[in-house]
Design a protein around this ligand. Sequence first.
Ligand code: CO
Length: 168
Amino acid sequence: MALREIITEEDEILRKKSRTVERFDAKLHQLLDDMAQTMYKHEGVGLAAVQVGVLKRAIVIDVGEGLIELINPEIIKATGSQEDSEGCLSFPGEYGIVERPDRVEVRALDRNGKEFTKIGTGLLARAFCHEIDHLDGVLFIDRVKKMDTPAEKPHRKKIGVRLKRTTD
Ligand code: CO
């Protein structure tokens, strides 16, 4: 495994559409391993391949319930709504209020190409939506209702782990 560099907001690649994964080979497995290591190192709860410069429809998520790898994920059902502060590893230190569905069902392939479905509520539903958006070049700043002001940032930091671990 190796840490990879996270691409930040200035880079146009974050606006590109990622390509469908067709090969479930050692190269994909290496990418997924590296993405997980990079996500944990930066204390994020999710990371899309495009954020390490690879335009493949692959994401990793861990909201504290174990690692989930999703290849070619699709949201097949989304219900309810929730509002919370959200950030992104590609926008270090930036947070804002984003409305998301409260319950999301996703269909995806695992690292060996086997299909599965997974239901997420709360933070996991938020992470599914945020990361799948990345695969289409959509960023949380496109959906934000209100960015934190500089005055609010120190306050939010104090709230601690919960916000630090909000979807990245
Ligand atoms: Co992000």
